[in-house]
Design a protein around this ligand. Sequence first.
Ligand code: NAP
Length: 455
Amino acid sequence: MADPFSGVEETLFVRHIAIVGSGPAGYYTAEAALKLWGDNVRVDIFDTLPVPFGLIRSGVAPDHQSIKAVSRRYEATALTDNVRFVGNVMIGRDVSVPELQNLYDAVVLATGAPHDRKLGLPGEDLPNVFGSASFVGWYNGHPNFADLDPLLSHDTAVIVGNGNVALDCARILAKSQEEFHGSDIVAHALEQLGTSKIRRVVILGRRGPHQIAMTPKELGELGHLARACPMVDPADLPDPAEDAALEPGQRKSVTHLRAFAQNGAESEGCAGKDVVIAFDFFAAPKALIGESRVEEIEVERTRLDGGKAVGTGETYRIPAGLVIACIGYQTSPIPDVPFDIAGGRFANDEGRIAPGLYCVGWARRGPTGTIGTNRPDGYAIIEKIAEDIAVLGDEGSGKAGRPGFDQLAEERALHVVKFADWKKIEEAETANARTGAPREKFVAVDHMIEAARKD
Ligand code: NAP
């Protein structure tokens, strides 16, 4: 089949595309639209926040600056005349999805998965129990979570989950202040972490070492921390011969776990370091216990049955002054859009939700894969839109597109933040950076808008 992206398609009419969400999925979709239609497309990218890039700004760990550099690629798309950033506008509140559908030929929901999946356990609502969206949002300065104020005054923190987000949270809790040099961790988090009394970070996995969802590079980082040392109970590791059946990436991750198992017993001290990161495998959380805040977590030993974790009936408690559940995310429902509750994403058929309405990235497939996975996703959805719009014929839909939205925004007195305004916010954040840091983020929407309005 011919590659539809091999050259700009010559068409007689302009396509009007609205993308809701300015994270990786949103910008890759815009990039694909530009590649296919060039000057024959106008793309508006909406975001609730006055700042773009979604997960790159608010999800990717602040000490992973090289991953954040991908935003430069999105900026190249953002700065073309045919793509606009429409920040500080919440679709579903300020403007409805059906209203967007009336204005644009295609509406693509690229809203990611910003909400935590719940553990569904007793005690989950106790103070100092957080989901990873909140905790990550706190250290990354997302305005919704800047006031989280986690207490770090207890010796032990427990992290639930064996994915990369669990690793991010463990690493952030375990790092010394000096190790944040060059990161864009926000000042309130850096300061609070500087007072932390946490000396033991337990990572609970309900299955075993062979079932982790941690990638080798990220897991390997734990072995190089200045004041923390990862530990694995050798008894949890399968026979080394069984590693041969793993796919290469997973085998590499398990090799890291085998190295961590050489760090000695916790009682003997962990390679002379102050902080222990203890992996507790075959351990499923059962309840969170405490009076005015979480104090303990009850855990049940598991065994594997056909790859699934099943309880053995043996339970024990771990003291825990802070619990972070890193068990995956879900998409926020939007009024008028069918939602797949079990999947935690929009109900869709390969990205198609309804005529003229699509979803992409985590909002389509759930929170899996890397940032790069969103690129083929974005290109695939534009291909589908191209197929669907083609049936309109050479006249186009006659929809109002951008001018129609601008009129609506004026009628509703919406305070739209444009990409040029964001560049002013970015400039102010760069100017406010502490020595060695790329930026000091504004953590309040009002402050972002104030910076955007400055001459
Ligand atoms: P994830 O990779 O899906 O991992 C979720 C973990 O939570 C799994 O170990 C899962 O165990 C466990 N879990 C789920 N429900 C549980 C429950 N009720 N009780 C106990 N454990 C439970 O999710 P994530 O860590 O949030 O990451 C999301 C995506 O972002 C992933 O694709 C990840 O690779 C990516 N990411 C990448 C980076 C990076 O590359 N640097 C950083 C952060 C995130 P089971 O396997 O048993 O279900």
